[in-house]
Design a binder for this molecule. Structure first.
Ligand code: NAD
Length: 368
């Protein structure tokens, strides 16, 4: 399939190929949708097997950001970028700043952020070339590491789920199994313990498990058995694809609410969960706290305002469950419908020209 057909297949507005042999920079920026606003999404720095894989990945990830940002209620579209190559081998100040110049050349249609393989230091370097970057150092007006905000969003989503399933928006006494106690999982365990939940944890990193047990009274469970522990909520906070044909029949939870991206190994897993009567909170709705937090940088970052907006994930998730019930579809499909409806309804608002818009364009014409 040709490049344009692949772009169209993903419904992507614009794909930009960036090359600078002097710094070994080869990057692709995919602006999937600007219907709700500038396309926000991170830059992944990765050694892809080949350029085709990189293009497929950036198109897929950019579409995911459009849905995540729309469902989160942000006035932002979705995009993503990949820098092709092993970051350990080719990262340099010149390469990152050259990439920043390419981001700048899009004039704000694409806003970048940190992703797998890039760091806050990279964002600070990009900031020296363009204002169209988020997740920079708090010293430069940024919001810093988004993990605590993401955990805050996951916790808020859990309150909606316990209310729906057990009729009480209170996590006290609920048993939650957190799989992956890294940056997000670690903050989440602390919040759950403070709320009086019974917390079990699993991680391939023994040190992380020991810390959760010692600091928050969590119970350690083996990694390969964690998904099968009898509990109220299973919270995948490690890798994607953990809900699959092998694990779903063994699940013993009432609901699944976690931070990990792409938890469903294949789309039909959502139907399997539904048949088993397990409530699934779609990951891209639940884990939007990070992106909501960095989006606040665009208005001048304020932590308490950002965290208040992140808490709206509880309400977004309620809407998802209402759509699922009304349309008799899985929560995953309902979440996609929520995002699509917002793009359709709110997206057309900008088509309505006001007197103010006209005055502004008249003014800029007279300035020229
Ligand atoms: P992290 O790397 O800090 O933590 C992941 C943890 O999972 C680590 O402690 C790791 O040892 C553990 N782990 C890895 N493989 C495991 C396995 N097979 N079983 C159990 N534990 C395993 O990452 P993070 O920033 O906490 O992100 C966690 C997940 O949430 C990722 O899927 C990420 O894409 C997603 N996410 C994170 C954010 C954010 O703000 N950090 C935002 C949105 C989504």
């Amino acid at each position: 399939m040709g490049i344009f057909d692949r772009q169209a297949g993903h419904g992507c507005e614009q794909v930009v190929f960036c090359s600078d042999p002097d710094t070994s920079l080869r990057a692709i920026i995919a602006v999937h949708s600007t219907r709700l606003g500038p396309a926000l999404g991170g830059t992944r720095f990765k050694a892809y097997e080949n350029d085709d894989d990189a293009l497929n990945d950036v198109l897929r990830l950019a579409r995911g950001m459009t849905y995540k940002n729309a469902a989160a209620g942000l006035d932002l579209g979705g995009g993503k970028a990949v820098i092709i190559g092993n970051p350990k081998a080719i990262r340099s100040e010149a390469l990152i700043r050259t990439y920043g110049r390419f981001v700048d050349s899009l004039g704000g249609r694409y806003l970048t952020a940190e992703d797998v393989g890039t760091t806050q230091t990279d964002m600070d370097l990009i900031r020296r070339e363009t204002p169209f970057v988020t997740g920079v150092d708090p010293l430069h007006g940024g919001s810093g590491d988004p993990s605590e905000a993401t955990a805050h969003g996951v916790f808020s989503a859990m309150t909606t789920v316990v209310d729906r399933v057990w009729g009480e928006p209170d996590l006290s006494g609920r048993h939650v199994v957190v799989v992956g106690v890294g940056k997000v999982g670690g903050f989440l365990v602390a919040r759950l313990a403070a709320a009086g939940a019974k917390v079990s944890v699993a991680d391939i990193n023994d040190e992380a498990v020991r810390a959760a047990v010692a600091e928050h009274g969590a119970t350690a469970v083996p990694v390969d058995q964690a998904h099968a522990v009898q509990c109220d909520i299973l919270s995948p906070c490690a890798l994607g694809g953990s809900l699959n044909a092998q694990t779903v029949p063994e699940l013993a939870c009432g609901a699944i609410v976690g931070a990990a991206n792409n938890q469903l190994a294949t789309p039909d897993i959502a139907d399997q969960l539904e048949r088993r009567g397990i409530v699934y909170a779609p990951d891209f709705v639940v884990n939007a706290g990070g992106v909501i937090n960095i989006a606040e940088e665009l208005a001048g970052y304020d932590r308490s305002r950002a965290f208040a907006r992140v808490a709206c994930i509880a309400e977004n998730l309620r809407s998802v469950f209402e759509i699922a019930e009304r349309d008799s579809v899985t929560s995953e499909i309902a979440a996609e419908r929520l995002a699509e409806r917002r793009m359709q309804d709110v997206g057309r608002v900008s088509l309505i020209k006001t007197r103010f818009d006209r005055a502004r364009s008249d003014h800029s014409r007279s300035e020229r």
